[in-house]
Design a protein around this ligand. Structure first.
Ligand code: NCD
Length: 314
């Protein structure tokens, strides 16, 4: 019997058929969303709680929309004004949520591992919407869906992930997903922003945009996460842009039709030039947002029913 995962805590550890199953279901939800014909009874009677301990606009809204398009009751817990700020521990919050019989719990937290901790304490299916610098699995799924729809697949593609890899849970989830699906992943950035474990993950490391982008099919720019930086990891944002900002000149090293991606929110003129971000021929940044809703619909649907199918046979 195949194993069905009950939570979505990370991409690491998922098997290619599980990733493919989520992308396939998401694909069908893209079309149904565009025609306004999503099945509103799919999650009827189910409760989804959004528990965001870190700021978020697009991810929280995306989960909310995804739940509503399938008919779930969606509640956004106002964490900033809740009893969490009165000193309640994460585990006390978990037992409160348990008593409310919620079915799906979406959590974003500044500490890596917080969603996994909650998953052990609640009956609900837990979805990690970003934990510290660890993982952001639905972001990697939406990126993969965007690439797959544009380029026809993931196998054999050269994907260059550029910038602040060190602080990026998006990069980590993408590295695991793309490697599992047969892409060749490169990370490109200054040595201070590349995590020491990069080489161990089996990816290529570049400190120069020209070499790192050469022949790439996909170029993914990441936000410079200054709020997570303690020391002076970059000299100045101007200097950073000069060497690592994705502008037309540096993009020219990649394949002529290479896709430009960014998970948002963007720092224009820091890690990406507006001209590139807004170039309708190259940038798929808006499409990523659309794919985000479809991917989250697929994840919510699977976890509310049998779980994520396609795990290894024991
Ligand atoms: C990312 C995140 O929060 O990890 N944003 C997102 O979910 N779209 C990336 C970032 O904050 O830079």
């Amino acid at each position: 019997m195949a194993i069905h995962s009950r939570h979505l805590l990370a991409i690491e550890g998922l098997h290619p058929p599980q990733i493919a199953a989520m992308l396939d279901l998401a694909e069908s939800y893209v079309l149904l969303s565009r025609t306004g014909t999503t099945p509103r009874d799919r999650l009827r009677g189910r409760t989804l709680i959004n528990l965001f301990f870190e700021d978020s606009t697009r991810t929280r809204t995306s989960f909310e929309l995804a739940g509503k398009r399938l008919g779930a009751d969606v509640i956004n817990m106002p964490v900033a004004t809740s009893s969490v700020n009165k000193g309640e521990t994460l585990l006390d919050t978990a037992s409160t949520l348990n008593a409310m019989n919620c079915d799906l719990l979406v959590i974003r937290h500044a500490s890596s591992g917080a969603p996994a901790l909650l998953a052990r304490k609640v009956d609900a299916a837990v979805i990690n919407a970003g934990d510290g610098t660890h993982e952001h699995p639905t972001q990697a799924l939406l990126d993969a869906l965007t690439i797959r729809r544009r380029l026809g697949g993931l196998q054999g593609l050269v994907v260059a992930i550029c910038g602040d890899i060190l602080h990026s849970r998006v990069a980590r989830s993408n590295i695991h997903l793309l490697s599992a699906m047969g892409s060749r992943v490169r990370v490109v950035g200054p040595p201070t922003l590349i995590p020491p474990e990069a080489e161990r993950l089996g990816i290529e490391v570049f400190h120069d945009m020209k070499a790192g982008l050469a022949g790439a099919d996909v170029v993914m720019a990441l936000r410079l996460q200054q709020e997570r930086m303690t020391g002076g990891l970059v000299p100045s944002t101007r200097e950073y842009f000069r060497f690592f900002g994705l502008d037309a000149e540096k993009l020219a090293y990649a394949k002529p039709q290479a896709l430009v991606m960014h998970p948002g929110p963007m720092n224009r003129g820091v890690e990406i030039a507006s001209r590139v971000a807004d170039d309708p021929d190259r940038s798929v940044i808006r499409e990523q947002v659309e794919m985000g809703v479809a991917v989250r619909m697929a994840v919510l649907d699977m976890l509310a029913h049998a779980g994520i199918p396609g795990g290894p046979r024991p």
